[in-house]
Design a binder for this molecule. Structure first.
Ligand SMILES: [Fe+2]
Ligand SMILES: [Fe+2]
Length: 262
């Protein structure tokens, strides 16, 4: 059995601090084999820097995924090229600028490998190649290396996430939706053995608008004038799922949703 923790979009410093505070206790309780987190908002809510990526890896996160905000900090580009454990969506048409998937071997269990794939949706989001075809092709390629495959599908539309999970059910171990920052209560194991949640939520201030100070966002909706968004610092909570997977056939055994105060 493989036990993994997938943490939703970490928002700025409060998100990083919440993970630093909560991860050691969660780890003692659950003895995770692998920890994955989405880091597209880790730098002040917008993108990720190399220093912050190093900080997150030093907390014991094994793989970082991302999404549409990955390009917000230009500085991350060389790091994306060099570090294969930081992913950007595989279906972004950006050539060799970073990678969209990685196969990692578990630290304490040599020979056991987990493939992690990052994909982005196209409904209500920027340009990307078809996540269904890209996902299908990557899954076919990676399944030659390991039956244990995890996808972070960074997408806005519930239907697109539902559809991709259904399309790949039985071929992957877990599909986690990210990007909306609002956790959904539909975690389950699909008929052919893929664990699924439409959105895992975020690590950020709960009394906010998706992690940002609410008044600025309300102002923007009221008058349409651009606002300087700021990360909400108070009362962060951590959205994540704990998933157990049979490493022999890649089928999920359980998925447990977490939304806990820091
Ligand atoms: Fe995000
Ligand atoms: Fe996003």
């Amino acid at each position: 059995m493989i036990k993994l923790l997938f943490i939703g979009d970490l928002i700025g410093r409060p998100g990083r601090r919440a993970v630093a505070a909560l991860l050691p206790g969660l780890r003692r309780e659950h003895e995770f084999d692998l920890v994955i987190a989405n880091a597209e908002n880790a730098a002040g809510g917008f993108g990720l820097t190399s220093k912050i990526a190093d900080e997150l890896f030093s907390l014991g996160i094994d793989v970082l995924t991302s999404g549409n905000h990955i390009w917000d900090q230009k500085e991350i580009e060389p790091y994306l090229r060099q570090n294969n454990r930081l992913l950007r969506p595989a279906n972004y048409p950006v050539g060799d600028l970073g990678r969209g998937s990685v196969v990692v071997e578990l630290d304490h269990r040599p020979g056991i490998r987990v493939g992690v794939v990052n994909l982005a949706g196209r409904a209500f989001l920027g340009p990307a190649d078809c996540p269904f075809r890209a996902g299908r092709d990557l899954v076919a390629r990676l399944s030659a290396e390991t039956p244990v495959l995890v996808i972070d599908f960074h997408a806005e539309a519930t239907s697109e996430k539902n559809a991709l999970a259904t399309y790949l059910d039985g071929q992957i171990s877990l599909l986690v939706g990210t990007h909306t920052h609002v956790q959904t209560a539909d975690e389950r194991i699909l008929p052919r053995g893929t664990a699924y949640i439409t959105d895992v939520g975020m690590v950020g201030g709960r009394n906010s608008v998706i992690g940002m100070k609410a008044d600025r966002v309300v102002e923007k909706f009221l008058n349409g004038k651009p606002q300087r968004y700021e990360v909400e610092k108070s009362e962060p909570w951590l959205g994540a799922v704990i998933v157990e997977i049979d490493e022999k056939n890649g089928r999920a055994r359980s998925i447990q949703r977490l939304q806990i105060p820091a």
